[in-house]
Design a protein around this ligand. Structure first.
Ligand code: S3P
Length: 443
């Protein structure tokens, strides 16, 4: 029998969140810092790097591609960039664990290299759709093989050169946009991506901060191949996607007042603040500047009476990773919350619509699901046993639900929390959540 890892969270009801926390570094920005830092000419220093499994998978892959990287030491990395053309063939397939961002962005970055690569991941990643990146990359001239279902392993064969592409993206996806732009660095001529809705723009911002000319306006991002990136310093803010659990927890637990320090407030990521405010949440934002192109601020959240809402569709891509937490807010709100236009949630680390609905139903909440969303009727949360299905954000969202439950909550399959939020249990306990965890792995 193969070893399977498991961790269970036990959450005692009641409690409130108080004090001050700085959640770990932004996952999206940490991936990009390693990838772009590696192809700069010169040295890039990264501070606030997320030492979670996903970003560490990107780091290990870059080392396997021949890049010398010192650290992480207390969130600091020194990357000895090899330039756009200095990567070398890895000795074995790249294992990207649970990380969809790593696999999709590497597909773009590696499509134009003069050597072959193979990429794999864990069971969840090997189920996730990859044609969304391999299709546009093939139109640029790349040769990437998937399984018949369009899933990993991805096998990239070297080609004689890539051609720039003008791509109208069918899905609002920052990973697809980034993959095409990264391939565009290696392509002849110009590459342009038009997005159907605003998606996170960390790739464009970081390229520009490292001296690579990028044009971005009105939902179109373009660049010319064949330029160069300069080494620099990258400060990674705290991850708003990790802060989101605390925003919801403090909102639903009476008597809470919590300060979240140095949170990244890129406008393509702040949909969760807007949605929670529309539900009646009390969240104060104090801007603290925008160092190298990524705005940062301090958030103060106090408990509030939440109301159900019809979530505006334009906010969905701006809060795409925060819906597990938002489902918990909706379950604790008065009245119904309606989510639509969110079919992408079905192809995340788990089918987040189904998995959140299952857990909330077990907790006594009425949830109707639809292909692209759900209707959640706020009510009294019961203590229960729920499963996180190996999805980090589902595990942390349910942990916060424990604050409003009328009995103990047991959450199984939580080991993947370390992919994005190492130290979650300790930080949440320090803020006042009655949480303990238990290793339930077996051989
Ligand atoms: C990410 C983009 C989003 C998000 C993911 C991280 C990124 O995915 O859900 O967690 O860093 O580019 P999509 O691009 O698939 O929407």
């Amino acid at each position: 029998m193969t070893a399977s890892r498991d961790r269970q969270f036990h959450v005692q009801p009641e409690g409130r969140l108080t004090g001050r926390v700085r959640v770990p570094g932004d996952k999206s920005i940490s991936h990009r810092a390693v990838m772009l830092g590696s192809i700069t000419e010169g040295t890039t220093r990264v501070r606030g790097f997320l030492e979670g499994e996903d970003a560490m998978a990107t780091l290990a892959a870059m080392r396997a591609l021949g890049v010398r990287i010192d650290g992480p030491t207390a969130g600091e990395l020194t990357i000895h960039g090899v330039g756009l053309h200095g990567l070398s063939e890895p000795a074995r397939p790249l294992d990207l664990g649970n990380s969809g961002t790593s696999m999709r962005l590497f597909a773009g970055l590696l499509a134009g290299q003069p050597f072959p690569t193979e990429m794999r991941g864990d069971a969840s990643l090997m189920r996730r759709p990859m044609r969304r990146v391999t299709d546009p990359l093939a139109r640029m001239g790349a040769s990437i093989h998937t399984t018949g279902n369009g899933t990993a392993p991805l096998r990239i064969e070297p080609v004689s050169g890539l051609q720039g592409l003008d791509y109208d993206m069918p899905v609002a996806s920052a990973q697809v946009k980034s993959a095409v732009l990264l391939a565009g660095l290696y392509a002849r001529g110009s590459t342009r991506v038009t997005e159907p809705a605003v998606t996170r723009d960390h790739t464009e911002r970081m390229l520009a901060a490292l001296g690579y000319p990028v044009n971005a306006a009105d939902g179109v991002v373009g660049l010319q191949g064949g330029g160069r990136l300069n080494g620099g310093t990258i400060e990674v803010p705290a991850d708003i996607s990790s802060a989101a659990f605390f925003l919801v927890g403090a909102s639903i637990a009476p008597g809470s007042e919590l300060v979240l320090e140095e949170v990244g407030l890129n406008p393509s990521r702040t949909g969760v603040i807007e949605i929670l405010r529309q539900m009646g949440a009390s969240i104060e934002v104090e801007p603290l500047g925008d160092g190298d192109g990524e705005p940062v601020g301090r958030l103060t959240v106090r408990s509030a009476d939440l109301q159900g809402i019809d979530i505006p569709r334009h906010l969905v891509p701006l809060a795409i990773d925060e819906f597990p937490a938002i489902f918990i807010a909706a379950a604790c709100a008065h009245g119904e919350t309606i989510l639509s236009g969110a079919e992408e949630l079905r192809v995340k680390e788990s089918d987040r619509i189904a998995v959140m609905a299952d857990g909330l139903t077990a907790m006594g909440i009425e949830v109707d699901t639809r292909p692209d969303g759900a209707r959640i009727v706020g009510g009294r949360l019961r203590g229960a046993q729920v499963r996180a299905h190996g999805d980090h954000r589902v595990a942390m969202a349910f942990a916060m639900a424990g604050l409003a439950a009328d009995g103990p909550l047991e959450i199984s399959q939580c080991a993947e929390v370390d992919t994005s939020f190492p130290g979650f249990v300790a930080m949440a306990a320090q803020a006042g959540l009655g949480i303990t965890d238990q290793d339930a792995s077996h051989e």
